[in-house]
Design a protein around this ligand. Sequence first.
Ligand SMILES: Cc1cc2nc3c(=O)[nH]c(=O)nc-3n(C[C@H](O)[C@H](O)[C@H](O)COP(=O)(O)O)c2cc1C
Length: 206
Amino acid sequence: MSSIVILNGSPSLTSRLMGVIQHAEAYLSAKGYPFQRIDVVKLPAEDLIHTKLDGSKIVEANRILADADVVIIATPVFQASYTGLLKTFLDTMPQKGLTGKIILPLHIGGSLAHLLAMDYALKPVLSALGARHILGGVFSVDTQISRLESGGMLLAPELVARLDIALDELAAELDRRCSMRSGAATGADSPEVCSALIGSLGVQIQ
Ligand SMILES: Cc1cc2nc3c(=O)[nH]c(=O)nc-3n(C[C@H](O)[C@H](O)[C@H](O)COP(=O)(O)O)c2cc1C
């Protein structure tokens, strides 16, 4: 079971958002946290457009999300909001499908003018889906990410610093939940043990 899911709402797998996602993935790997990524664009378009709740890939994606302790939601800003693609997937989720999960939003936009898209567009929907623990999130401007000839992406140091602060906060939250639930007696002192414990005990955040 994966305890962290990255839900990627970009219609493009070559978007500079991938630079942000890859940074988060590298961070999680270095810390030893298991994670899985759901690229919504890879799910069957017909099922998403018709909100086909019983589509096998949709069911599978929702099962992975249901098992997650943490959901990192990554999306570009489209029309001062998040993407319609991401919404087609959120519409397939159970009514309170984000209850008890720690959420970290990661936005990318072409302009800082739409910085508040996260607060005014994304967070209300997450809240309606039951999320009560939404971390501050990180808004990156696409000019902070450069495509390298090698195929990789280079993030501006300022962006890296903000991402790392947010990811540190996420890790601290996971560890805090772990020790809260396990108590001193369990000897939970590694991310793997922590994740396993959180998974087995369930996270109930109110
Ligand atoms: C259809 C569409 C709508 C967009 N709307 C906005 C917007 O309202 N505000 C904004 O800051 N950026 C907007 N952008 C820019 C993207 O959020 C963002 O910069 C981009 O996805 C990252 O660039 P890349 O995918 O080309 O790497 C829009 C992009 C597209 C394709």
